[in-house]
Ligand binder design. Structure first.
Ligand SMILES: [Zn+2]
Length: 534
């Protein structure tokens, strides 16, 4: 049995005697004195997930920025802020809307992009708190990375803490693929984490974060966070929370939340493609002042996770073998190209599966998507019905992919606007064209957008059900989207900046040893505790 090893970190003095710490929060005093003033909670958002192995840097222009009341566009959507707003309204709390910056997954953010983005966010925070706020809800993804700043969220939280002061509670929400760093943990009073993969609980996570913040403001709870770092990176079908063993552990974390043992709990597996110093899996449990209980529960879940690490790895099939099998299958099949998963930070321009199918003379109907601004522009120039000679794909991640020549007919054109099936939030893929050649139908987009659902097919007049083989550039999709009706979903082992074949990627920054990048990794669970007195 591992020893219970605790180390405490606190920005301010932490009472360790088990007594609730009397808060000195002036706003709580205001709350106690007859509720004459409405509480105000600052809402800020910055979300991006990067793949360090994507060679194309992302830019400030990648971000969709909404200021102030423009953020109310999230009301009613399945997003974190969409889930937080009703909680605040129900508690008669005024949301102070600062800024929301969201970007699709991509390569590392350029240093100039990061400078512009961080300055704009922090200026907005400074401006928004001038009339005073009682709390901060910061909606984050957690897997950002920028040139010169490998912990962007930590920087934003540290600076936000400087702006609002030590006494104002800050609660954050995070994707379970995020990397919650020590610097972040020192700034926050609490957090809520996604509990589903594929993700469907965006609004629910925002709701939980807002509820925790409201409780901190209106009850005398004293969040204590236990963090246990597990030196493992995981991938594969066992991470599907509905059916996989990761889901069994998440349900245990949810049980802790529901039965009141924990104020919040979860297991963050990190984005294995975000190569930053604290990339890891981590179990996180927040209790109301119960340090040992938080530590013990986190250690227990971490040990259970560690025991399952071998199961939580990608299982692949070679492209050649998958094609040979697909030829013999009656009914539709999916070729999952997780290595070029745009929602994990890949470029989306891989044509390796398309090339393989052509070279193998696969003759049934194929449907695919690809990011190729030049091909889309050429199709728009030529017009619907035109035949064009075009090089398809391989223009972004040029170290891994190369263009393939096709003669295609332009079947349809669009402006690339759509809406994700789950969140209902907007997609802008830029000029988009549906190209047909031989037995292939390919949606060519100008911009890298998430391809974890069927939105870009539907909005371009295509239904996957009409095809025999569909290429999906996402490791997993919601069950109903494909797995419910296809005969077989092949997880293809091809190169790409988000390959689930993790040892092939070439991590250089994350702490080592790390399973499965290294041999013989051992694990001694240690809980680190964080608490703030504010
Ligand atoms: Zn995620």
């Amino acid at each position: 049995m591992p020893a219970l090893s605790l180390s405490y970190h606190s920005a301010t003095a932490l009472g360790l005697n088990g007594e609730p710490i009397a808060t000195t929060n002036g706003n709580l005093y205001k709350q106690d004195s007859a509720m004459s003033t409405q509480l105000r909670i600052l809402i800020v958002e910055c979300m991006q997930e990067v793949s360090s192995f994507n060679p194309v840097p992302s830019l400030y222009a990648n971000f969709h920025i909404a200021h102030g009341t423009e953020m109310l566009a999230q009301e009613g959507l399945n997003t974190a802020i969409g889930g937080a707003l009703p909680v605040l309204r129900a508690a008669d709390i005024e949301p102070v809307l600062a800024i929301s910056a969201q970007a699709g997954s991509a390569g590392l953010l350029s240093s100039s992009g990061w400078k512009a983005l961080s300055e704009e966010i922090l200026a907005s925070v400074s401006e928004s708190v001038k009339e005073g706020v009682d709390g901060v809800y910061f909606s984050l993804h957690g897997a950002m990375g920028a040139e010169g700043e490998l912990d962007p969220e930590g920087y934003l939280l540290q600076e936000t803490r400087c702006i609002v002061g030590e006494q104002i509670p800050i609660v954050i929400s995070l994707d379970l693929h995020g990397i919650l760093t020590d610097r972040m943990l020192r700034q926050v009073n609490g957090f809520a984490l996604y509990h589903t993969y594929p993700h469907v609980d965006f609004a629910d996570t925002g709701r939980r974060a807002a509820q925790l913040l409201v409780r901190i403001l209106t009850e005398r709870i004293r969040p204590v966070i236990a963090r246990v770092v597990v030196p493992a990176l995981v991938r594969g079908d066992e991470l599907i929370t509905k059916s996989g063993c990761y889901g069994d552990l998440i349900r245990e974390a949810q049980r802790l939340e529901r039965d009141g043992t924990a104020l919040s709990a979860g297991i963050m597996i990190g984005n294995p493609f975000t190569d930053v110093p604290e990339l890891c899996t981590q179990v996180l449990v927040i209790t109301d002042g119960q340090e040992e209980q938080a530590a013990n529960e986190a250690i227990r879940l971490a040990e259970e996770f560690w025991a399952l690490r071998h199961r939580m790895q990608g299982k692949f099939i070679s492209l050649g073998r998958a094609i040979a099998q697909a030829k013999t299958i009656n009914g539709s099949v999916v070729f999952t190209d997780a290595a070029d998963a745009t929602s994990s930070g890949a470029t989306g321009d891989s044509n390796i599966i398309l090339k393989g199918l052509r070279e193998s003379s696969y003759s049934k109907r194929v449907l695919a998507q690809i990011v190729d601004p030049e091909a889309a522009a050429m199709a728009h120039q030529a017009g619907v019905g035109a035949r064009i000679e075009v090089m398809l794909g391989g223009t972004l991640d040029t170290g891994r992919f190369s263009p393939m020549q096709i003669t295609a007919q332009v079947r349809s054109l669009s402006d690339g606007h759509s809406r994700y099936e789950t969140m209902r939030s907007g997609i802008n893929a830029g000029l988009t064209a549906v190209l047909e050649y031989d037995n292939f139908t390919v949606v060519a987009m100008s911009r890298t957008v998430g391809l974890f659902d069927r939105a870009m097919y539907y909005s371009n007049g295509l239904n996957p059900i009409d095809f025999d083989l569909i290429v999906v550039k996402s490791p997993h999709t919601e069950y109903l989207m494909y797995d419910a009706w296809v005969e077989k979903n092949f997880n293809i082992d091809v190169p790409g900046s988000t390959s689930a074949n993790l040892p092939t990627l070439g991590h250089t920054i994350c702490s080592r040893p790390m399973f499965p990048l290294d041999e013989g990794v051992t694990f001694t669970p240690t809980a680190t505790l964080y608490a703030r007195t504010g």
